[in-house]
Design a protein around this ligand. Structure first.
Ligand code: SF4
Length: 244
């Protein structure tokens, strides 16, 4: 996700305004403000290699360098410490689990932090590529997330059919599109507020994807394809990435 999903959420300038800096703030950055939300950067690893992923040309999101070497991936304790520090600047609307990578690869960290957020009465959201069940075949990922208190998820649907999905997302797993559909369906059934998203690249039939999202009971949002060409124009509103 987030790599692929970061964009729409970051497009929202909800008040504080994204932080724009001439040079990205050097990492490792585990928690950062984007509008009124706090984003949690969990990993740079991903089970996809989307053609539109921000990290094909930058690791900078909201002025922060999000690149994490494997040894730099935060523990739950490090995330909670960073959140406590960030909370000193005020309570966020949401804490969003993301990364320029797929956050469900750090499922246990998400679950622990969600539990902590519940005690603080702060809403948690997940930006995901929806392939978490394939990475954790021995778990019930959606049930675990719902039980830990996840309120919302932005899921990168990214296509209306498996062939297009494989073309634009290039997942390492077979039948990944089927897993994404199941993730959305299960999350909706579990009472999680789901928004399915697509990036506006020419290969994707946006209308068909919108219809599919509606069939699945999810909301729908189209994300701008951020490229080096358009980035300077949208930078003030969205110096962010391209994930869910
Ligand atoms: S799901 Fe796609 S866009 Fe998101 S981080 Fe992975 S490769 Fe990038």
């Amino acid at each position: 996700m987030a790599g692929g999903g970061i964009l729409p959420e970051v497009m929202k300038d909800t008040g504080n305004g994204p932080q724009v800096s001439p040079e990205p703030i050097r990492g490792p950055n585990y928690v950062y403000w984007g509008g009124r939300n706090l984003y949690v950067n969990l990993t740079s690893r991903c089970s996809s290699a989307c053609v539109f992923c921000l990290r094909t040309w930058t690791w900078e999101v909201y002025g922060y360098d999000l690149r994490l070497a494997g040894s730099q991936e935060p523990t739950a304790g490090e995330v909670i410490t960073a959140l406590e520090y960030a909370f000193l600047d005020g309570a966020p609307e949401e804490v969003v689990f993301t990364g320029l990578g797929e956050p469900t690869l750090r499922l246990d960290v998400i679950l622990t932090v969600l539990d902590w957020l519940r005690t603080r009465r702060v809403r948690g959201r997940l930006d995901t590529n929806g392939q978490g069940q394939l990475s954790h075949p021995d778990r019930d990922v959606v049930a675990d997330l719902a039980a830990a208190g996840l309120k919302a998820a932005s899921v990168s649907l990214n296509a209306a059919d498996p062939a297009t999905y494989d073309l634009v997302c290039r997942p390492v797993f077979e039948h990944a599109f089927r897993a994404v559909i199941r993730f959305i369906r299960d999350a909706v059934a579990a009472g999680i507020e789901v928004t399915a998203t697509v990036v506006d690249v020419p290969e994707v039939d946006v209308e068909a994807a919108a219809e599919l999202a509606e069939e699945l009971g999810a909301g729908f949002r189209v994300r701008l394809h951020i490229t080096p060409d358009v980035a300077p124009k949208v930078r003030k509103e969205a110096p962010h990435g391209q994930h869910a």
